[in-house]
Design a protein around this ligand. Sequence first.
Ligand SMILES: [Mg+2]
Length: 235
Amino acid sequence: MKQYRTLLFDVDNTLLDFSAAEREALSSLFEEQELALTPEIGQRYMEINQGLWKSFEEGKIGRDKVVNTRFSLLFREYGKEVDGVFLEKRYRSYLDKGHQLMEGAIEVVETLQNKYDLYIVTNGVAATQDKRLRASGLYPYFKDIFVSEAVGCQKPMKQYFDFVFARIDQFSLEETLIIGDTFNSDIKGGHLAGIDTCWFNPEQKPNHTDIVPTYEIQTLRDLINILNGDSPPAH
Ligand SMILES: [Mg+2]
């Protein structure tokens, strides 16, 4: 069994439940606006939001356009004109407070911190991620936190990982493992940076790439078993 020294953890939907934070923020926003959030409207929001992010990924629109128009587009369909920029600001303020833990997150980092150096590697807004990590109780378990906004580039970019590696004590590629749920940023990113990868994949999504993660887990507790050498690697 390979011995690791350094573990790099993603945050959203790995240690903190971002999906739950999103749902809660949406319901707080609707409550504040005195609008009923029916399952149908919730579903329609998801579709509009995903469609906008897709256009962003295709380079057709900017990030600001995505976040500042998603609510105005949604409400227009229901015959209501709203200030999309204002609603986004309110939504963001609720989202920033969301810090629901993923199942087993504290227990796992508490166990692992005795034997490994733990670091956070997350794409996001620095002040927000800092606040959420502190509020969730995760913060003290990590030696350092690398948020893309503060780094100036993001996962899966090689420059992001180079920045992180340069700031880790006694860093070695061979003794480092990244754990995350997003294949592109965490697994492909880690792979391209030359480190081992552990894909946290509770929904058992298919892997459409030819990159094979070093390990694949369905629960965070599985990570402890893998590091103890109790489970065989994925390949
Ligand atoms: Mg994630």
